[in-house]
Write a protein that binds this ligand. Structure first.
Ligand SMILES: Cc1cc2nc3c(=O)[nH]c(=O)nc-3n(C[C@H](O)[C@H](O)[C@H](O)COP(=O)(O)O)c2cc1C
Length: 349
């Protein structure tokens, strides 16, 4: 019996954002940690070298669950191989009005239009420094809603400069659907200008800090083949180290008619699985052999995680699946991926 089967119906009676805060209020209690670790199952030790880092296993936390890096100790008890925090913007911002996270339980999905609600760079840097966290930490950076796209580079650069010293890798997020026009930064000219500028800043920071921090681009599942090909060509050319595929989708095709399907925002969970895999496959076909891809979108089982690797991902991340399946999903997936890497065998979906 999965202990989360008892907890989930109680949490699902609450508004989704309230349930999120309550869950972290409990997870952050050191006294409850043994209980949480029991529910999460034995952490999987499957060390893997990735981007010059040593991951504990192949399963990471996707960005957005811990926007401010406030819960690193609690999260590290859940058995992730790596954790990505953010999206952080230079200045704090409240995000959109509530309610802004909606469940579609029949489809194991969420729609969110949070809009980069976060406490800003200063708070995130402070939280990370105070946390004592010593695992692999990705920091996902974005731009403030009030910054026009023509000046987006200033926001990303400011974030990169501030987090360079504390991040294991930095993710450039140009794929949230909830910041007006952000996704236009995925287009050829805008993207190549942005990545070239950030690569230049990163080179300067590498000299300053005596270490080169990998820089990763996170893209949307709503790109067409031509856009994906263009991005795949730009990534190595601009010195970007890896790609995260994908963020949430604005499409509602696969949830039409469901309650909440009409809410504005990004759709995540099971309905984005195939869309993300399509992007992963297209990237894998076009990118140089061995170029790292972090596969994310709709993982709800160990078999789903293995299917991401089969589609071409090197490692995976998850968010919505944990809300629906509970923390044991992390170790279940990590175990299956370790087994798949060793034997080539994966559970069938
Ligand atoms: C409530 C919520 C908030 C999110 N916030 C962010 C964010 O701030 N930055 C980001 O890059 N992705 C964010 N995401 C996207 C996830 O990181 C992930 O790419 C997406 O949800 C697909 O994975 P999943 O189906 O496992 O959730 C968010 C997702 C959800 C559900």
């Amino acid at each position: 019996m999965n202990p989360y089967d008892i907890v989930r119906p109680l949490l699902f009676r609450l508004d989704a954002e309230r349930a999120h805060h309550l869950t972290f209020a409990l997870l952050d209690q050191p006294l409850l940690r043994p209980l949480v670790q029991w529910a999460a199952g034995e952490p999987v030790n499957d060390p893997v070298d990735f981007l010059g880092m040593r991951l504990r296993n192949r399963v990471g936390l996707a960005a957005g669950l811990d926007k401010n890096g406030e819960h690193l100790q609690a999260l590290s008890a859940l058995g992730f191989g790596f954790i990505e925090i953010g999206t952080v913007t230079p200045k704090p911002q409240p995000g959109n009005a509530r309610p802004r996270i909606f469940r579609i339980p029949r489809r194991n999905a969420l729609i969110n239009r949070l809009g980069f609600n976060n406490h800003g760079l200063d708070a995130l840097v402070h939280n990370v420094q105070q946390s004592g966290f010593d695992g692999v930490l990705g920091i996902n950076i974005g731009k403030n809603g009030s910054t026009p796209n023509e000046r987006a580079i200033d926001d990303y650069r400011e974030c990169l400069i501030r987090v360079h010293g504390i991040a294991s890798y930095v993710t450039v997020n140009v794929s949230s659907p909830n910041t007006k026009d952000l996704r236009r930064l995925q287009g050829g000219d805008e993207l190549s200008g942005l990545l070239a500028g950030l690569s230049e800043t990163r080179a300067m920071l590498a000299d300053r800090d005596g270490k080169r921090v990998p820089m990763v681009l996170k893209i949307a599942p709503d790109l067409d083949d031509e856009q994906i090909a263009l991005i795949a060509d730009l990534l190595p050319a601009q010195g970007i180290d890896a790609v995260i595929a994908t963020n949430t989708t604005v499409s509602r095709d696969s949830v039409a008619g469901e309650e909440n399907a009409g809410q504005t925002g990004g759709l995540s969970g099971a309905p984005v699985f195939d869309m993300s895999n399509r992007v992963i496959r297209a990237l894998r076909e076009r990118l140089p052999v061995g170029y790292p891809i972090i596969g994310v979108g709709g993982i709800l089982s160990a078999a789903d995680a293995c299917a991401k690797i089969e589609a071409g991902a090197s490692v995976v991340q998850m968010y919505t699946g944990i809300i629906y399946r509970g923390p044991s999903l992390i170790s279940d997936c990590a175990r299956a991926l370790a087994h798949q890497a060793a034997t080539g065998q994966a559970p069938s979906r």
